[in-house]
Design a protein around this ligand. Structure first.
Ligand code: GLY
Ligand code: MN
Length: 464
């Protein structure tokens, strides 16, 4: 798929200038990050906002947009002969920047001069909250703001403008997201085909990641490949799969332009789910449908979350693990015993899109505070949905022994939860499915051209 034209980047920067209005916008690109010594680095990943406005995927760059003087400058250093000997040829900085419509380039050391000159003439310097230690030090040097104060002094105007632009995906961005989702489906199909008793989680993860790397993609986040699905983000591969267990995969690719896919799947390790597992799996599918049926422009995503929670509580009541009014159980937060996370999150250049800029800005409308209550506090997206929003839907059902014990000891939600019966379910683990959605002018559609198995019949068919 083609990279975006330089006009895309020029228009994005012009739109940002219009929205922020005045001042100097400062963007720090990402550098190489040392894993255990300087030359042994983590996989390089450009900062997503830098990538969105400047397209450039090279390490060690920074940029400013001087709205008042209408100037755009990328700062970086040309490679030395030593760099070229070890890392190979790269285009010159000027050539890299020309591709995204930037004509003015300067050595990295001159960023300090430009920022200090802006401060000296009392020009507002807008910057984003840093998430890397190197950037905290850099901002401290450039602006004299201590790391502990940087997040609260970041530019709310710049954050809100970027969030609003990046929250609304354009058709060319959606093409890239769908390409990432298609590769993500292949990653999941590899797991459905491979999972068998006796294999290790690491062996399944290897097959999953092969499907990604072999298509020139990199994983969008650390792969979760586990038979301990009750742990929401289990990033270590520690177990050997046994017949009778549920295997949970949460994995996704980012395409070469860094747009993410994010899918989850749950499948039996053996040939078939047990009756109990099938019952919970089918209840989970009902919650999924309740959520998806809610999606439409203007409807708060929080409503989809609540509808999934109500359906979950109704099912749990039928099974005998909950009691009372399911609607009340959903609204009070009792549902979080089985579903302690949010229904989904925005997705784009980041798998949790712009989480570094603040979920309050990304996922909540002006004037609505994110809850601090267990369960609701993990709802990253709650706002009314708008055409162009891309997000995940990922309800799950989890039996977390430590949470059961804690809530029981604290007598939490005793009107809703049947603790005596729940004891026997502590070893169930957990399951979820996850798909990616786009809000359209009149509804919502699932993203990607390939279908990930969802029903039990589809799961069994994908096992081959
Ligand atoms: N796929 C990981 C997450 O959504 O947090
Ligand atoms: Mn997700």
């Amino acid at each position: 798929m083609k990279p975006f034209s330089k006009e895309t980047y020029i228009e994005r920067r012009n739109e940002l200038k219009r929205r922020v209005g005045s001042g100097l916008l400062l963007f720090l690109g990402n550098g190489e990050a040392a894993m255990n010594y300087a030359d042994n680095t983590y996989h390089f990943r450009q900062d997503s906002s830098f990538h969105y406005f400047f397209g450039s995927d090279w390490a060690g760059l920074a940029a400013v947009i001087d709205i008042d003087e209408n100037r755009e400058i990328i700062f970086g250093n040309e490679l030395t002969i030593d760099d070229i000997v070890w890392m190979g040829y790269q285009p010159t900085l000027h050539e890299k920047c020309e591709l995204v419509g930037i004509r003015e380039t300067r050595p990295l050391a001159e960023l300090d001069t430009v920022v200090k000159a802006a401060l000296a003439k009392h020009q507002t310097v807008h910057f984003l909250p840093p998430y890397r230690g190197e950037h905290q030090v850099w901002l401290w040097e450039l602006l004299g703001i201590l790391p502990a104060e940087q997040a609260s002094k970041a530019s709310v105007g710049m954050i809100k403008a970027i969030v609003d632009m990046r929250n609304h995906k354009t058709p060319e961005e959606i093409e890239h997201i769908e390409a990432a989702v298609d590769v993500s489906v292949d990653m999941h199909l590899a797991a459905y085909r491979t999972v068998r008793p006796g294999m290790t989680e690491a062996q399944i993860a290897a097959e999953v990641e092969r499907a990604c790397l072999s298509q020139d993609c990199y994983k969008a986040f650390p792969t979760i490949a586990t038979v301990k699905g009750q742990t929401l983000h289990q990033h270590r591969f520690m177990n050997t799969l046994e017949d009778g267990q549920i295997f949970l995969l949460d994995a996704g690719a980012e395409d070469p332009m860094h747009y993410a896919g994010d899918l989850s799947s749950s499948m039996p390790v053996g040939d078939r789910f047990t009756d109990q597992q099938a019952m919970i799996y089918n209840l989970h599918l009902k919650t999924f449908k309740a959520a998806v049926d809610t999606l439409a422009p203007g409807v708060p995503f929080r409503q989809a979350h609540i509808n999934a929670a109500i359906t979950l509580c109704e099912g749990m009541k039928e099974i005998g693990l909950m009691k009372g009014d399911p609607v009340e159980a959903a609204h009070t937060g009792a549902y979080a015993m089985f579903f302690p996370c949010g229904l989904g999150h925005m997705m784009g250049l980041d798998v949790h899109d712009m989480e570094n800029l603040g979920e309050q800005y990304v996922g909540y409308p002006e004037g609505v505070e994110k809850s601090k209550q267990f369960g609701f506090k993990s709802l990253r997206l709650a706002r009314p949905l708008e055409p162009g929003f891309v997000f995940t839907v990922e309800p799950g059902i989890y039996f977390i022994p430590e949470l059961i014990d804690k809530w029981r000891a604290e007598h939490q939600f005793t009107d809703f939860i049947c603790y005596d019966r729940l004891e026997a379910w502590k070893g169930f683990s957990g399951l979820r499915n996850e798909l990616d959605y786009l809000i359209t002018a009149d509804g919502a559609r699932v993203l990607g051209h390939k279908q990930k198995p969802m029903t039990i019949e589809e799961v069994y068919a994908a096992r081959g």
